[in-house]
Design a protein around this ligand. Structure first.
Ligand code: SF4
Length: 472
């Protein structure tokens, strides 16, 4: 039986409810009266239920779709302004005991070089990432209790936070590792991680079991209930995601919103972020063998309707997507992107040789971080390296309540300006510096509160003189 409040995977992601919602959405895809009502409700910017959002996703009326895209852009603007948060992935190890058929790290792949970074190698990688200008990382690792036990992950987090190279620092480490126990989540919480990220891959139990034929990840309930255990451990920022292409996209779309509703119903706080990766080519993986691949138009619509359905949830797109595609989805709802990414184990400090390639997927946007930052500013976005909420304890429901009341802007906007200034002073190329200084002047004009503006100006002055890490 469907129950958002249940903590059992098959009840909060109830197959029957997903199928009924798909049927309801398809039945109403041309029901203009209902679509209008849902759009009106969405304009209140408090979100939509999974069924309402599904109707908008399948709506095939051209005019209504234009309204939907317009509304997504407005909500994006109202909640996030023009800020885009930047991060980089850091792969620690590609040893993995699972058999996921879409991932080149699966245990049976004998072609891929297996690597696990030592703490010394992590130090080198993090120093290189700091020299690029990154302040926020997402660490990734395959599941392997022997090679990558929780102690290795904790030691690596500790190493990452300890490195202070020149003016650099990694101020937030988000963690994307396999589903684990409450006890281990507590250890991650104590290690001061930012968001705990775990992609569901697919919410459809039957497909899930087929796509994960072997290894601990085969257990659908254990994987799907991971966020509950993370929340119970005290981690209150969690990041959801599915791998689009594995299953019918409508099934995944409805389910991820049901997962968000479940977290909100039980823990009072929805997901901090939702990621929208699409399946990509990789060693041993041919994306053409997955028949549920989605085209760019569908992908954009998914981003837009997610933005409308969960306005207060950050949305992430990685370098799986091309520059052109990233540009389009930034407008529609994406609030965080990776830049200058390597998807191999190592590779920031010293590029991998071709025959040593350990990447998890082929990157579609190969630009440097500096190029991405400059590109964002030329599109009139404000790149942000801010990690202040995390540093100030504004996580979980404290973050959400500020975000829901649209007050987050008062913190994020000045913090984005200040962290961009740090980037410009410490790492930017001359061209990026010039674009950035002009942008900062324009952004300062947007701060209405005179005393806050003066405080930002004072901090900017201190940044020029060498001080770092100011925050509101
Ligand atoms: S998706 Fe994760 S668990 Fe599955 S094979 Fe790849 S690294 Fe291992």
């Amino acid at each position: 039986m469907y129950s958002a409040k249940s903590t059992k995977a098959e009840e909060f992601i109830n197959n029957e409810e997903v199928l009924k919602s798909i049927e309801y959405a398809n039945l109403n895809c041309n029901n203009l009266k209902l679509i209008d009502e849902i759009i009106e409700k969405a304009k209140e910017q408090k979100g939509l239920s999974h069924r309402e959002a599904a109707v908008l996703l399948v709506c095939n009326d051209k005019e209504k779709n234009e309204e939907i895209f317009k509304l997504a852009k407005k909500i994006k603007e109202d909640y996030y302004g023009n800020r885009i948060v930047l991060f980089a992935p850091l792969y620690l190890s590609n040893y993995c005991v699972n058999g996921c058929v879409y991932c080149p790290y699966h245990a049976k792949n004998k072609h891929i070089p297996r690597k696990k970074m030592s703490q010394e190698e992590i130090r080198n990688e993090v120093t290189a990432l700091q020299d690029m200008g990154h302040k926020r990382l997402a660490i990734e690792s395959g599941e392997d209790p022997v090679n990558n036990p929780i102690e290795y992950i904790l030691e690596s987090i500790n190493t990452i936070y300890s490195i202070k190279h020149k003016n650099g620092a990694i101020r937030r480490v988000n963690v994307n590792i396999a589903a684990t126990t409450v006890e281990n989540y507590k250890k991650l919480h104590d290690a001061k991680i930012g968001t705990y990220i775990l992609f569901q891959e697919t919410y459809n139990k039957e497909s899930y079991e087929r796509l994960h034929p072997t290894g601990p990840k085969h257990n659908y309930a254990y994987h799907t209930e991971a966020m509950d255990r993370a929340m119970q451990s005290g981690i209150d920022d969690v990041g959801l995601g599915v791998l689009f292409g594995l299953e019918n996209y409508l099934y995944e779309f409805i389910s991820i919103l049901m997962h968000a509703e479940h977290l909100e119903a039980v823990y009072g706080v929805g997901p901090h972020t939702i990621s929208v990766p699409r399946i990509r080519k990789a060693n041993d993986i041919d994306p053409n063998t997955f028949s549920n691949a989605i085209d760019d138009e569908t992908f954009k619509k998914i981003v837009a309707v997610l933005r409308i359905a969960v306005p207060y949830t950050g949305m992430i797109v990685s370098t799986r997507e091309s520059k052109e595609c990233r540009k389009e989805v930034l407008e529609l709802g994406i609030s965080q992107i990776s830049g200058g990414s390597k998807t191999s184990v190592g590779g920031y400090y010293k590029p991998e040789e071709k025959d040593e390639d350990s990447s998890q997927f082929e990157v579609n946007d190969n630009r440097t971080l500096d190029e991405v930052v400059n590109w964002l500013m030329e599109l009139n976005y404000l790149p942000s390296f801010c990690t202040a909420c995390y540093g100030s304890g504004r996580t979980g429901d404290r973050f959400m309540s500020i975000c829901k009341s649209q007050q987050i802007h008062n913190f994020c906007h000045p913090n984005a300006i200040m962290t961009l200034k740090e980037y410009l002073v410490d790492y930017a190329s001359d061209t990026t510096k010039q674009t950035g200084e002009k942008l900062i002047l324009r952004e300062l004009e947007k701060i209405e509160d005179i005393s806050r503006k003066q405080a930002v100006l004072n901090y900017l002055d201190k940044i020029i003189k060498g001080e770092r890490d100011f925050k509101f």
